[in-house]
Design a protein around this ligand. Structure first.
Ligand code: ATP
Ligand code: MG
Ligand code: MG
Length: 403
């Protein structure tokens, strides 16, 4: 655990990564704004204040550490390429300069491909992984795209998207001008509407740089069901409600195949659509810990997604029978806490979470804003129906906050 880790991004994912690092004795240096959630719980004077898109700040972070990783994919990958391929210049106490080697995990190539959703889908298609049908829109009109894909279709920003900000459902030709206005200034592509039965997600750990054999290079967590509202993840059910064991196995296999095609190590979140005919397609992949994996903190207490990220990038991930990390409780349900109208809107929800003996409240130390993810609640149960029953009154209160 001697190797120092530099983390690009200090939001809640970075915060939970630091929480997992402390008991391991792993040391993380964070690059993000002063006071960001990860810095709040990780006392260190040499964190870097600034942006994870600023090349000089990324070099400043790199000088202090042995390995760089990310909690967000919207970073400058050109400076990561430079650092991974050539190292970073450091000055010794006698003033002499030398290049220091710094590893970047997952690979900058992977982050660069994934951060552009259109390139990501193209990569997955070439790797033989089914995805939502995507179409470049340069040199064509959206009317023509609509005729080809049918309505509704989804207009998406290629980059910098999160929580559905960057998506516009185009329901009819009459929506086209509003869609273009809403996403003005962004590079866009179109996606065929996926009439999914439900959404699933699989966290996958990549333990090897190699891309030739996903059977050897990847480990999958149990499949979960994710429920989105207005394109924002609201609930996660582990295991999914009403999905056969066969489909769950197929989802794990597809997620492993998808992640196995990307160079580098680390944890990846794979979002899937389960279509009415039982077919599974990939919606998108995140090259980092993911909201759909928060349940693992309580559901897989000895191997959360955050611990996996650390062990994978450090080359310390243990092997698991059948290359799967099983849920360690029969059922886990996670509910995101989104900010309401006032700073106090979510207080009742916090009290209710604390009152559940098998519940866990995670507040991120973020200022509450309407619709912003500011925390989450997990409950574990001896059955899915028990965990659902424990969570049900909290969902009602969360819905009231949003209203
Ligand atoms: P995040 O990274 O936070 O998951 P995002 O901004 O990258 O969100 P997407 O994952 O692309 O957004 O989409 C958000 C949600 O919108 C999906 O989980 C799904 O519910 C819906 N959605 C996205 N693409 C499609 C599609 N092609 N057809 C139908 N629904 C879609
Ligand atoms: Mg996304
Ligand atoms: Mg998504």
């Amino acid at each position: 655990m001697e190797r120092k880790i530099g983390l690009l991004g200090g939001g809640q994912l970075g915060q939970m990564l630091c929480e997992a690092a402390n008991p391991l004795g792993a040391k993380i240096w964070v690059l993000d704004a002063a006071g960001s959630p990860a810095k709040q719980i990780n006392a260190r004077t040499s964190h870097v204040d600034g942006s994870f898109t600023d090349p000089e700040k990324i070099r400043e972070l790199a000088r202090q550490v042995d390995i760089l990783t990310v909690e967000i994919e919207h970073v400058d990958t050109y400076v990561l390429e430079e650092i991974a391929e050539r190292g970073v210049e450091v000055t010794a106490s006698d003033g002499s300069k030398r290049m220091k080697t710094v590893e970047v995990q997952p690979s900058w190539k992977t982050i660069r491909t994934i951060q552009d959703k259109y390139l990501q889908k193209d990569h997955l298609t070439q790797a033989g992984v089914e995805t939502a049908i995507s179409k470049a829109i340069e040199g064509t009109s959206l009317e023509a795209v609509g005729r080809e894909l049918g309505y509704p279709f989804m207009l998406k920003s290629r980059k910098d998207a999160y929580d559905g900000r960057g998506n516009y459902p185009v329901k009819s030709p009459a929506d086209i001008s509003d869609a273009l206005e809403a996403l003005a200034g962004k590079s866009l592509y179109a996606e065929k509407w996926a009439n999914f039965r439900l959404e699933l997600a699989v966290m996958v750990v990549k333990t090897d740089n190699d891309t030739s054999d996903c059977g050897k290079s990847t480990i999958a967590y149990s499949v979960v069901e994710t429920v989105h509202e207005d394109s924002v993840c609201k609930l996660v059910y582990a295991p999914p409600r009403d999905v056969s064991v066969l489909v769950q196995q197929q989802a794990q296999d597809l997620a492993r195949k998808a992640v196995g095609s990307f160079p580098g190590k680390g944890v990846f979140g794979v979002e899937l659509f389960l279509l009415p005919d039982g077919e599974l397609i990939v919606n998108e992949i995140a090259p980092r810990p993911h909201n759909s994996g928060h349940w693992t903190i309580e559901g897989c207490p000895t191997m959360s997604q955050f611990k996996s990220q650390l062990l994978a990038i450090l080359g310390l991930m243990p092997s698991f029978p059948n290359s799967t990390i099983p849920a360690m409780f029969p059922a886990t349900v996670m509910l995101n806490i989104l900010g309401g109208k006032t700073q106090e809107s979510h207080n009742k929800l916090m009290d209710m979470a604390i009152a559940i003996p098998t519940g866990a409240l995670h507040m991120y130390g973020k200022e509450s804003k309407p619709g912003r993810k500011i925390g989450h609640i997990t409950v574990v149960g001896s059955s899915l129906s028990e965990a659902e029953a424990l969570m049900a009154p909290l969902i009602t209160v969360a819905d009231d906050i949003r209203a």
